[in-house]
Write a protein that binds this ligand. Structure first.
Ligand code: ADP
Ligand code: MG
Length: 355
């Protein structure tokens, strides 16, 4: 390579999360992009697979998963690294890694835990830090900050630090929901992903089961007023100077964008979304503002609702490690904005290095 040695990317994927499989698909796409003709002179990749139990596999076994030579679920115990040491990074050969690329979706990864661990390696990483990741994962805190900045959102209520098994508490909560929100409502665990644990509730008899379902994932629960919406997404890259991508819309046949419609049905992605230029501009501005508010940088996908009846923009959430599969919105948005996936992954590394 002209002008320096190749950068070794430490690609971390899998993870102890209910989005494990999506992470593997994302990592396969990113791995191919780094190995492509235009990137192979600049980068090498060292793969780090974390299985569903949270154990790390060595790089050779990890790479076999990425190139399809090995199933992801059949890790034998003796191949796993010993995590009972006090500093379990001791067992992980990361000396040659120049830049980490964590592609873990959901809990035990996207929530900032991997970012905290990687800080001890003193190497840069693609994406934001502990704070932005934790805030981006936690719907309650994310919304609290947005509301502080008066960013537009749906009406919502928060249930936390209380016991849902307590009859009195339950009664009070039900009354509050009925008093303050209109049906339908969406009941969500504060920390989850891929719509898991979320229910759409259309009348009061369905509230309790929905609360219990969310409670199983997280005792901190968000209850939102449900609107008839279009779903609009915007990609962000950059550190202090952010770039916003084209705006995309996802449409699906189901009633709402639940787990099955996210992963098992043919959704339609429209880029650029058919919305007027004033709304597009506003969405891009809010996307950047919301990332700054949560100390999110590097890359992110900011999701919005556009209320069908009023065309009102409502900020929904920020994903700090967006899906990177071949059919994922984030790489498609950047492709439409002039950055093919190969250019995008290289750009993300440059951003993480402050170049
Ligand atoms: N307030 C709401 N009004 C209408 N639809 C909603 C609302 N909240 C959630 N949804 C539907 O549920 C989906 C998942 O909710 P979201 O908060 O984005 O959770 P996740 O983090 O799991 O993606 C949304 O994409 C949307 O289809
Ligand atoms: Mg979402």
């Amino acid at each position: 390579m002209i002008g320096g040695k190749k950068k070794c990317i430490g690609l971390i994927f899998g993870g102890n999360s209910n989005e494990h499989e999506v992470s593997i698909s994302s990592a396969k796409t990113v791995f191919q992009a780094f190995k492509s003709e235009i990137n192979k002179e600049r980068f090498t990749v060292k793969a780090f697979y974390i299985n569903k139990y949270g154990d790390w596999l060595d790089s050779d076994s990890s790479e076999k998963i990425l190139i399809g030579e090995r199933e992801n679920n059949n890790a034998k115990k003796q191949e796993l690294l010993n995590q009972e040491k006090i500093n379990f990074l001791d067992g992980i050969e990361f000396k040659n890694v120049d830049v980490w690329f964590p592609l873990l979706h959901g809990m035990n990864g996207e929530d900032g835990s991997i970012h905290g661990l990687l800080r001890f390696t003193k190497k840069p990483l693609v994406g934001c830090g502990i704070l932005g990741s934790a805030l981006g994962m936690d719907k309650i805190l994310m919304k609290t900050i947005f509301s502080n900045l008066k960013l537009p959102q749906v009406n919502y209520l928060v249930f936390q630090n209380k016991d849902l098994n307590d009859k009195e508490v339950k009664k009070k909560l039900l009354n509050e929901i009925l008093k303050k929100l209109n049906f339908p409502v969406f009941v969500k665990p504060s920390n989850s992903g891929s719509s898991l644990g979320i229910s759409k509730v259309i009348n009061d008899s369905e509230i309790l089961p929905a609360l219990e379902k969310a409670w199983e994932i997280d005792p901190r629960i968000l209850i939102e007023e449900g609107l008839e919406v279009r779903e609009i997404e915007c990609g962000i890259i950059g550190n202090s100077r952010f770039l916003a991508s084209e705006i995309g819309e996802v449409s699906y046949e189901s009633d709402w964008y639940d787990y099955d419609s996210k992963y098992y049905s043919k959704n339609k992605i429209i880029i650029p979304a058919e919305i007027d230029s004033k709304i597009t501009k506003e969405i891009k501005e809010i996307a950047i503002k919301s990332c700054r508010a949560l100390n999110i940088f590097g890359f992110a996908r900011v999701d919005f609702f556009l209320e069908k009846s009023s065309n009102k923009i409502l900020l929904n959430e920020i994903n700090t490690i967006p899906g990177f599969t071949k059919n994922s919105m984030f790489p498609m948005l950047w492709k439409a904005s002039g950055l093919k996936i190969e250019q995008l992954v290289a750009k993300l590394v440059d951003i993480s290095l402050g170049l």
